[in-house]
Design a binder for this molecule. Structure first.
Ligand code: GMT
Length: 375
């Protein structure tokens, strides 16, 4: 197959899923063309069958704002014609699905039939997607796509109710490479983060308000009074300064490590005893899956698609949004009960590899492509 993939190229779960999927499809012999404004950050190395096409902007005095949706549609048309694409697989509805619809319509007038598959990832439906001005666009993008996938049952249901659509939506979960995300001895010096054998809590995200990163610091504050514990915060974003302020206010500066954006997540995740994800909304929780694959139990909120990933009292625990006391209680429970913690670690790794390994999920996408192309 010849597949055009469009995603956000910067840090973020949808870009990771799109890039890893493209790399796997290329590995299976398909030709994959990434079309975006920058090269996806997980696509830095040369790989056979993988191509990148940069969406360029032309400056023109009348265009005070960049016309990204149109520039992307133009590039999609160009790539589809030059490389005979079979389909566009766009990740994150806004504006990618709309650009694909424009490109498809124009290509049809030029004798090309290219299918569109849109994958809904989360905030494109649950947050920005609910802005009244965007709602008609999102509904249009969904209904005009030849196929639509969502990363959890929760997101499928939410899309149908919030956007009042009967469009068939296929649930295809996020995935990991269990050979990369696996339990292993650390290359990073654990003694740096745990000089006095403190327990280690870990969290990774883009520090947007929906992640409620400051809750991880509040949890640490409670846990640390019972068992000496440190917290590793990986990633960066708008809430980081507030988290740094709160850390100072709670006198936890020696206990919280702000590591910023990091590449070799799998090494850092392996240092953690427990992964915290106290999000306000989370359609799946790729970061939690990566931790589970490394054998790290999860304590997270019971919202969105998280209960489809993290099984309460088996791979971790679930609590209500903002209930830091309960999350801290669960954390203490696991950190002070070695046999239960080991049992949860094993269950986390097992669940990650039996349900969410790349070979299972990539095959689901590929079968879906075949269904859509033959429909
Ligand atoms: O919204 C984000 O946090 C980023 C967003 C993205 O850009 O990819 O993540 C969403 O997609 C991921 C991959 O499918 C999911 O694992 C995340 O749960 C989802 N984030 C939210 O729903 C908040």
């Amino acid at each position: 197959m010849k597949i055009g993939i469009t995603c956000y190229p910067t840090y973020g779960g949808s870009g990771v899923v799109a890039t890893e999927l493209g790399k796997e499809l290329a590995e299976l012999g398909n030709e994959v063309h990434f079309i975006s404004y920058a090269i996806p950050y997980r696509l830095k190395k040369f790989q056979e069958n993988v191509f990148f096409h940069e969406v360029e902007f032309s400056s023109y005095p009348l265009f005070e704002h960049q016309l990204y949706t149109l520039a992307l549609a133009s590039k999609m048309i160009e790539v589809a014609e030059n490389y005979n694409l079979d389909l566009f697989h766009v990740h994150y509805a806004i504006p990618h699905a709309i650009s694909a619809c424009i490109a498809k319509k124009i290509l049809a007038t030029r004798g090309y039939n290219v299918k569109i598959i849109s994958t809904l990832h989360g905030t494109d439906i649950t947050l920005v997607g609910l802005e009244p001005s965007f709602m008609p666009l999102i509904k249009f993008g969904i209904e005009e796509s030849d196929g639509v996938t969502a990363v959890s049952q929760f997101l499928k249901n939410k899309t149908k109710t919030a956007h009042q659509t009967n469009k068939e939506i296929q649930v295809i979960y996020n995935f990991i490479d269990s050979e990369i995300f696996k339990p292993k001895l650390n290359e990073f010096s654990i003694s740096h983060f745990s000089p006095n054998c403190e327990k280690i809590l870990i969290h990774t995200s883009n520090f947007r308000p929906v992640k409620r990163v400051s809750d991880t610091i509040k949890i640490l504050n409670i846990v640390n009074k019972v068992i000496s514990t440190n917290l590793l915060l990986i990633g960066d974003g708008p809430e980081r300064s507030e988290c740094e302020r709160l850390t100072k206010e709670l006198k936890l500066t020696k206990k919280v490590f702000f590591l910023g954006k990091q590449d070799r997540l799998e090494d850092l995740l392996n240092i953690g005893d427990i992964f915290l994800l106290p999000s306000e909304t989370e359609s799946f929780g790729l970061s939690a899956l990566e931790a589970m694959a490394c054998g790290v139990p999860i304590i997270c909120t019971n919202i969105g698609g998280l209960p489809e990933l993290n099984i309460h009292n088996e791979t971790g625990y679930l609590a209500h949004v903002g209930d830091v006391e309960t999350m801290a209680k669960y954390t203490i429970d696991l950190l002070t009960n070695e046999s239960k913690w080991k049992q949860f670690k094993e269950a986390s790794r097992n669940r990650a590899i039996t349900h969410f390994n790349k070979n299972i999920i990539v095959q689901k996408y590929f079968n879906y492509y075949k269904d859509i192309l033959s429909a």
